[in-house]
Design a protein around this ligand. Structure first.
Ligand code: ZN
Length: 332
């Protein structure tokens, strides 16, 4: 087994593991030690995992919990390790194909990513996770709109094409529990394709999470892919988070984007120059939020923040460039 993949979570009430969590609906700001939050056994497990896993994960959380702590955030050491590797790979590629080729490949939808969707269900009812094909097609449409710039952001290089829907009834994988042996077993049995195949696992998720994702790695890891709460798909029941933007957010991580609040107000933040620095995640849809003294309001409308789906609608040109560079070095 290779190194464990880097995960990125989007969640409901505040936990996530080694990387980044997207907590939804929280209004409070400020770090709370894990021990003083509504710590569940799962939360503790996640915190442990955070200490063990040098690669990191990220999560998006939904709900109105008071938890601000974001154990899914990458530590600076984890981030520096990843960025050093990414820079080396980019340099190697530049030598191979020429710098001009690199810089001109960010334009237009030049990459169509095949998507395999796994519907993890308890039974064949909607309540049991058996969402209809129409919701899945709507999610693919949302990805195509978001990544093409049609919703108001920068156009990226990516388009998405649904390849197949795989429905699996297995109570041991329902809900999907991040970081467990059950998750590994599920992905080992179900993952299809190469590093360039987007595997999306849909289901009920533990701990109020909206989703999580793995960052790209140089070798294919069976854990690679994104996990998304099925009811966060367009038309789902996850109030305020049911327009499909969890899917967009997690695919952003899968293409090497960090949260806009990564690193807070200091340093290079999320490693993207045109996303203004942000001290902490933004929730709901705040007006005029400006948490750092550096130029620019907080990028609350960016897909890589934690705001409501109705509030987020864009990637920046810098994010688009980072994603195509990551694609070419890790997934192409
Ligand atoms: Zn995230």
């Amino acid at each position: 087994m290779g190194p464990r993949p880097v995960l990125l979570n989007r969640r409901i009430a505040g936990i996530a593991s080694t990387s980044m969590a997207l907590v939804l609906g929280v209004a409070t700001v400020g770090l709370l030690p894990v021990a003083t939050t509504t710590a569940s056994p799962a939360a503790a497990a996640v915190a442990d995992e955070h200490c063990e896993d040098p690669t990191g994960t990220a999560a998006r959380v939904r709900g109105d919990a008071v938890v601000k702590h974001d154990p899914n955030e990458l530590t600076m050491a984890q981030l520096h390790q990843r960025e050093a590797e990414f820079a080396d790979l980019l340099q190697e590629r530049a030598k191979r194909v020429g710098q001009r080729t690199l810089s001109t490949q960010a334009a237009a939808a030049s990459v169509t990513i095949p998507v395999v969707v796994h519907v993890i269900r308890r039974d064949t009812t909607r309540a049991g996770g058996n969402i209809p094909d129409s919701m899945i097609q709507s999610q693919i449409n949302v990805l195509n709109q978001s990544f093409s710039g049609a919703t108001g952001g920068a156009a990226t290089a990516f388009a998405f094409q649904l390849q197949s829907i795989n429905r699996v009834t297995n109570t041991a994988w329902y809900p999907i529990r991040q970081g467990t042996s059950a998750e590994r077993q599920m992905k080992t049995q179900l993952r299809q394709g190469t590093k360039g195949t987007l595997n999306i696992y849909l289901g009920e998720l533990s701990n109020g999470l909206l989703g999580w994702a793995t960052f790209p790695q140089t070798t294919l890891n069976v854990m690679d892919g994104v996990v998304v709460l099925s009811e966060s798909l367009p038309g789902g029941t996850a109030t305020n988070y049911n327009q499909g933007d969890t899917g967009t957010h997690e695919v952003g991580h899968w293409l090497n984007l960090y949260h806009t609040f990564q690193g807070g107000c200091s340093g290079q933040g999320d490693q993207v120059a045109d996303t203004p620095a942000e001290a902490s995640p933004a929730y709901q849809c705040p007006t005029g939020r400006d948490t750092c003294t550096s130029p620019g309001l907080d990028p609350i409308t960016n897909f890589m923040d934690y705001t409501y789906d109705s509030c987020m609608y864009q990637f920046t040109p810098g994010q688009a460039t980072r994603m195509i560079n990551a694609w070419n070095t890790y997934r192409a």
